[in-house]
Design a protein around this ligand. Structure first.
Ligand code: BGC
Length: 520
């Protein structure tokens, strides 16, 4: 069965302990790192559609928009400077994520989060007080550095704190916070756009300080993870912490495994050289392709530019921001669907269903725009017609929100063996940021040149990635991370890359002393 390997995980390793209130609260605080990322994603689109903001910083775009109402709708907002404002953050985040992985390893996850939060605060202040484009872009670069640090340390922190059997759900907590951040930004933009004096955008940008303040202060109170404590030579504190977060004294087995894992990872001097070995080819491929594909769904066209996009297809100012709020709500609630189903339905079903839904909706939206605006971008869209379009855009967002959104972060984080986990996570974050940057930078020009065909372009990519998942991604639900190698070994394609010697099934001893069952 293509990609459908099933590992018999009955009786798989389970450590004693439960989800304690303490660990739940620490995970909620840590996940607010996602809130800042989301706020950034959501805020720029609304701000760049506000007249007062355009007039102050991008007067040319503003003049063009005002003058050109009768001409090509597709190209009204095409300005490299305007896209640089949005995309500069992601380039900074890409570079910062490499730096952050060293800080996270040497000083612990909490100081990485704290540092990221602080830089964020300064960025928010600069942006809110911006007098010129330089201050604006500098502020965004600082926010980007904050995002780089948060996205590197938060998922690692969550996975290390969470009890193994709830790792998937808590991981999606990070994505849930991203969507809440996007929604909060959309709502704030909706409110501040109405401020008469033309300074509403300042509030939107400065309010990034709120989630930044939460993670900065929160990080101060967060305990470090047992893994990090062991790694940095504090075994006694690590033991205490493990007891506290698991709510039991019976932590010896997990503790010993953590020590063993730490010893093993110390032996690997060059994780970057290690990861290119043939036996890691499946994980490396996923670490590169999953974040790449996630961005090629075209989701950030909606997330960054929904108000601009809705304006382009003929909505008024208010209606376009309102539509961004609607898509933001759909994004949050549809993410909840994956929180509750991911461990039951599995990753593959969500990926495939979400993919089909996105393809269908993108083709419909592209066609609806083509019918009204054609290739010359001239035409008027009625209210009913527009509502129809918003409906399909929402259905597309929903499809993304229970598939590629959360799974784009979850799957790469659960497939790496420990010795290449940190290198793998860096690749995942940086590929994600690189393609977020490229899409953000290219979108307005693409819309201008490809017109409604842009939606067909992304639909084409979703066809490719859905086929890829169907053929090449094995199901990973309920498979303990330590046994993941068996999933690859059983796969029709990836098994070629893994020799029998690479599968140390003996390492995968069950808690009752029996060995892991073979792969079906
Ligand atoms: C992606 C972001 C996207 C967001 C939308 C995240 O998983 O990485 O690029 O904007 O989902 O909810």
């Amino acid at each position: 069965m293509a990609g459908g390997a099933i590992v018999n995980t009955g009786g798989g390793k389970e450590y004693p302990g439960k989800l304690t209130l303490f660990v739940f609260l620490t995970c909620v605080v840590a996940a607010t790192g996602g809130l800042i990322f989301g706020y950034d994603i959501g805020i720029s689109g609304g701000v760049t559609s506000m007249d007062s903001f355009l007039e102050k910083f991008f007067p040319e775009v503003y003049r063009k928009e005002k003058k050109d109402t009768s001409t090509n709708q597709y190209c009204k907002f095409d300005s490299q400077l305007l896209t640089t404002f949005t995309s500069s953050l992601y380039l900074a985040a890409l570079i910062a994520s490499f730096l952050a992985s060293a800080v996270t390893r040497m000083f612990g996850r909490k100081w990485s989060m704290f540092g990221g939060g602080l830089v964020f605060l300064v960025g928010a202040a600069l942006n809110g007080a911006a007098r010129n484009i330089l201050m604006l872009i500098l502020g965004r670069i600082l926010l980007g550095i904050g995002v780089g640090f948060a996205n590197q340390s938060v998922p690692v922190y969550l996975s290390e704190m969470a009890p193994a059997q709830l790792r998937g759900m808590l991981n999606i907590g990070f994505q849930l916070m991203i969507t809440v951040g996007i929604l909060a930004a959309n709502l704030i933009n909706y409110g501040t756009a109405k401020i008469k004096g033309g300074w509403g955008w300042r509030i939107s940008l400065a309010l990034a300080a709120v989630p930044a303040g939460i993670i900065t202060l929160g990080a101060l109170f967060l305990p470090d993870t047992p893994n990090s404590l062991i790694e940095r030579g504090h075994p006694q504190e690590a033991k205490e912490m493990l007891r506290r977060i698991r709510g039991t004294d019976d932590i010896h087995e997990e503790y010993n495994d953590l020590v063993a894992a730490s010893e093993e990872s110390k032996l690997v001097k060059h994780p970057w050289a290690n990861i290119i070995q043939r036996k890691y080819r499946p994980q490396l491929t996923m670490a590169i392709l999953i974040p790449f594909f996630q961005q090629l769904t075209g989701i950030n066209v909606i997330m960054f530019y929904a108000p601009v996009l809705f304006k382009t297809i003929g909505f008024g100012d208010n209606a376009s921001l309102m539509s961004a709020v609607i898509t933001g709500l759909v994004n949050v609630f549809s993410t909840l669907v994956s929180v509750f189903t991911v461990d039951k339905l599995g990753r593959r079903k969500l990926f495939l269903q979400g993919g089909f839904q996105m393809i269908l909706c993108q083709i419909i939206v592209g066609t609806l725009i083509a019918i009204k605006l054609g290739t010359n971008g001239e035409g008027h869209i009625s209210k009913t017609y527009a509502a129809f379009m918003v409906f399909f855009i929402c259905a597309y967002v929903a499809g993304f929100a229970w598939s590629w959104g959360p799974l784009g972060w979850l799957v790469p984080s659960e497939i790496f063996p420990l010795e290449i986990r940190s290198a793998g996570q860096s690749i995942n974050v940086s590929v994600n940021m690189l393609f977020t940057f490229i899409i953000a930078q290219a979108f307005l020009a693409m819309l201008c040149h490809m017109k409604f065909g842009l939606f067909y372009f992304f639909a084409g990519w979703v066809v490719i990635m859905t086929t890829f998942i169907a053929l090449f991604l094995p199901e990973t639900k309920n498979v303990p991370i330590e046994e993941m190698i068996l999933v690859w070994k059983a796969h029709w394609f990836w098994s070629k890359f893994i020799s029998d010697d690479d599968v140390h099934v003996g390492n995968v001893e069950m808690s009752n002393g029996s060995k892991s069952k073979s792969v079906v």
